[in-house]
Ligand binder design. Sequence first.
Ligand code: URA
Length: 274
Amino acid sequence: MQPSQAYRAAESLLAFWAEAGVDAMLLDEAVDRIEAGKIAPPPSPVAARPVPAPVAGPRVAAAPSPDLSAAIAEAQQLAQAADSIEALKAAIEAFEGCPLRFEGAASQAVFYRGDPAAPLMIVGDGPGSEEDAQGAPFVGRAGQLLDRMLAAAGLTGRVFITNTVFWRPPGDRAPSPPEQAVCAPFLERAMELLSPKMLLVLGASSAKALLRKDEGILSLRGRWHEWRSHSGNLELPVMPTLHPAFLLRQPAAKKKVWSDLLTATERLDRPERP
Ligand code: URA
């Protein structure tokens, strides 16, 4: 195998595990940590400082820092004041409280593309370089694949597409829970204003943020979940599925997404009970 092929294979395998929710590496051989601890050097004055206890429970539940609390409060105020999707777009563009705006984004806020009256709202992680340049979500390679799959499922023109954050994360990493928390009031307001019939959530980090669950995407996908607004006024069915960027690296997983898309389309087209 050429070194470049080996590199791509390793990258693809790591991406597969990351998408499946594996975020810790284990060694082939077990390590006796108690035994290992016995030969630890005596604590230095710095190490002797009390270390805060690890926070139990899913990381999505962590409280925002005071700075972010102020940014979240401002986002809530701006979002609630917006009475149309265009007013919400203008509020996002004016908002300076998301750190990503000054870190990853080279140009502009990326809010949505598609039809605001569409019955299906699709939520991805965050914009990449192409989205940052064009100011619209899912317009790069992953977006083109998404469009092809939507067309095959008969969903072209029936979607509103957005993300959990509205500025590009540096290096196209996944957005962090605090970054998603700062943008969440705008996303939630979009759902309130548009009241779609359901959500299709793409990828692990957006599924975790919206469902407030710490499960991997492979166990979340393919089943219906419920999203509820913080105000409790709006509830929507959610179908999580794999991210199209992941499918570019793991084409064999397309059949899972195809099955999830068909499940969503079937529910979308089901006649409503009177
Ligand atoms: N990936 C996402 O999650 N969103 C985009 O808009 C583009 C790529």
